[in-house]
Write a protein that binds this ligand. Sequence first.
Ligand SMILES: [Zn+2]
Length: 274
Amino acid sequence: MPSDACSCPSGDGLRPVWHCQNAPNAAAAVSALQPSRNIATPRPKGACLTASLVDFQTEDQDGMCNILQVRWTLTPKTSPQPWIACSGCGCQKPFRSSGKIRLNANGKRLDAWLVYKCIDCDKTWNRTLFERRTVQDLGPSTLEALQRSDPDWVQAQEFDLDGLKRKAKRIDEPPDVILRKQTIRAASGWTLLDIEISAEFPVNLRFDRLLASELAISRSRLQALRDGGKLRAHPDRNDVFRHKVKDGVRIILDLSEIADRQAIGESAANSDNG
Ligand SMILES: [Zn+2]
């Protein structure tokens, strides 16, 4: 048995070390893999670690996990584009962020803007981030981020939709995203597909479209799975599948009676199949 294999008798030593609660180092691995918000109740020793997360997940008679668990991380390619009156074009136009911060010192106080450009004529629009703030108010880390237009800091501003809505009546949210798929665990003979959604920034993409596209199945088939109780979301709010993708949601598909389960699983786990 490899040193990083699970000691669970169900896996013939072939499962990864975090397969079961009773595996060496499992507790640390579990806490690293599972966000605390998803862990509802203590698991009995030796139990499949995902089985307690959702109400209808089950283990088979041998105690083997029956889950293919994947994580989809979605990152928008293009930040939101506010529509602003462009003096170059003479009409309202969408403006894209340049990624650059402009700082202006006024005595001991600072003003900061994020510079946007008209997508047609490159005319600039300076979006006010704050005015007349003291260096002490801002703190050293924010000041440094401002001075070097730190990409992470700037990105947080670009995706601050509430802040943008105070400046513009119309905001375009391009639907293009980068999707990274990771396999968290893959039990041989799995029948449940568990998809964890990670989206740090708002993504302008409906759940049903994302799932149909990335699982390579039709939306009508997706709907049939849902109607049959084989597709669920956690948390499951009204019409979650018709709404935009949300960070932290888990999608569970019971594919135990589905003939092309393996093909769907491969699409779920591999980015190049999407
Ligand atoms: Zn313009």
